[in-house]
Ligand binder design. Structure first.
Ligand code: TRP
Ligand code: SF4
Length: 404
């Protein structure tokens, strides 16, 4: 179970695919941007994950990482709100990956849906590697090193977050009973102040001895509002409250928000590999050319033929970009053949151009001065490492290899 303190941390990553498109923006980035104002956010480029499948062709990884980060910044991911960094610049991920690999049964990894799927799909390369099998362990390390409570991901990644939960649970079970646990808890309780401490002890008693679930909930809330407990102490007291050992690595939750359908120019899902994308920061003339050429309801072969908006990818874009009144105008005009498809596309072209102009403007300084991007990434990595080191120190101590 994730603690209250950890629930306020959000982490997510993307493999470095280079320039992003509208599908990434509406599917993922908008979500990241909304979360950064409410939570402590960590967003990173998963360059090691790229190596698990593309170790044979690494020429583009750096450029793709850079371009992708510029798109994040252009879209509005804010380096003052979120830590933005490159995975390989935070080597703590690798150490936790190593330690978690000691306790993760191979059978859990072979059973991960992405494992066999991708191996079959990318059959041009050798993927029976140690690193590729460990892909989800590395992802678990990415998440658990920040004790992130929420992980905004697409549906295809939910299984990986689930596996992270199982790995965290196994870790806590194996290493959560540190020597001197009770003494540590007693000391931590004292730090809460007399009144809160007395309440905590009575709530714990009510839960452990009488199974009063309400008392457990109140105990958790009480811990969440304590200001003078370290993360370590708080996690201890969460574990102690439930009568178990200490929760060192809280279990994260996948945050699946509603994702609009973003069609590509051909009506299939927008995807780089289909060559049907509108890129972020695409110039207005290109946007216009692409949208004008976009596939529509085949029933409207001629201008006078009526159509059905629910058969038309252009209308899916209206759902994302247009006000209800414009959507109604388009739908009605389509069904009655009152408007032509180019008329229908016009407000859409304007809306996408306006959105992308804002991104182009926000991205320009980063595009022109790469050092600005490097600085963002450097600061992001520093911020991330501070938190990551704290977790790792505790992990080492719990395992019994602190060597102090
Ligand atoms: N596997 C993710 C993807 O392909 C990228 C990723 C790596 C990630 N580590 C992560 C996502 C941690 C969320 C949390 O999209
Ligand atoms: Fe699609 Fe609009 Fe043409 Fe209808 S009028 S087919 S919704 S582009």
């Amino acid at each position: 179970m994730g603690s209250e303190s950890a629930r306020s941390r959000v982490l997510s990553g993307m493999r470095p695919t280079g320039r992003l498109h509208l599908g990434h923006y509406h599917g993922v980035l908008r979500n990241w941007i909304a979360l950064q104002h409410e939570y402590e956010c960590y967003y990173f480029v998963a360059d090691w994950h790229a190596l698990t499948t593309s170790y044979g062709d690494t020429a583009d990884i750096e450029r793709h990482s850079f371009d992708m980060v510029v798109d994040w910044l252009a879209a509005g991911v804010s380096p003052t709100s979120a830590a933005i960094f490159i995975q390989s610049k935070v080597p703590e991920h690798a150490e936790l990956h190593l330690l978690l690999s000691m306790i993760t049964p191979v059978s859990w990894l072979e059973r991960a849906p992405s494992y066999k799927d991708l191996q079959a799909r990318l059959n041009d390369r050798e993927l029976a590697t140690y690193g590729f099998l460990g892909y989800p362990v590395l992802q678990a390390a990415d998440i658990l090193i920040y004790r992130a409570g929420q992980v905004p991901v697409g549906a295809d990644q939910v299984a990986h977050v689930e596996l992270s939960r199982e790995i965290a649970r196994r870790f806590n079970h194996l290493f959560g009973s540190e020597p001197g646990f009770d003494e540590h808890c007693q000391a931590a309780i004292k730090k809460m102040g007399r009144k809160a401490a007395r309440l905590y002890v009575s709530l714990r008693k009510a839960y452990v001895e009488q199974g009063d679930a309400g008392a457990m909930e109140r105990g958790r809330a009480l811990l969440a509002e304590q200001r003078n407990l370290s993360i370590g102490d708080r996690e201890r007291l969460f574990g102690y409250l439930e009568g178990g050992g200490r929760i060192i690595l809280p279990e994260p939750e996948a945050l699946l928000t509603e994702q609009p359908k973003v069609p590509g120019l051909d009506g299939e899902k927008m995807s780089k590999s289909y060559g049907n994308t509108i890129a972020l920061r695409e110039p207005p003339l290109e946007i216009e050319r692409k949208v004008r050429g976009m596939k529509t309801d085949p029933a409207r072969a001629r201008r006078r033929d009526p159509g059905d908006p629910s058969n038309c990818p252009v209308f899916d874009l209206h759902r994302i970009y247009s006000a209800p009144s414009t959507q109604e105008w388009a739908a009605e005009g389509c069904r009655s053949a009152g408007i032509g498809c180019l008329d229908c596309k016009k407000p859409l072209i304007e809306a996408i151009c306006a959105e992308q102009a804002a991104m182009t403007e926000r991205g320009a300084p980063f595009e022109e001065q790469p050092d600005l991007v490097h600085r963002v990434l450097q600061e992001g990595a520093e911020k991330a490492r501070e938190v990551a080191k704290e977790t790792l120190d505790e992990v080492r101590a719990c395992i019994g290899i602190a060597h102090k």
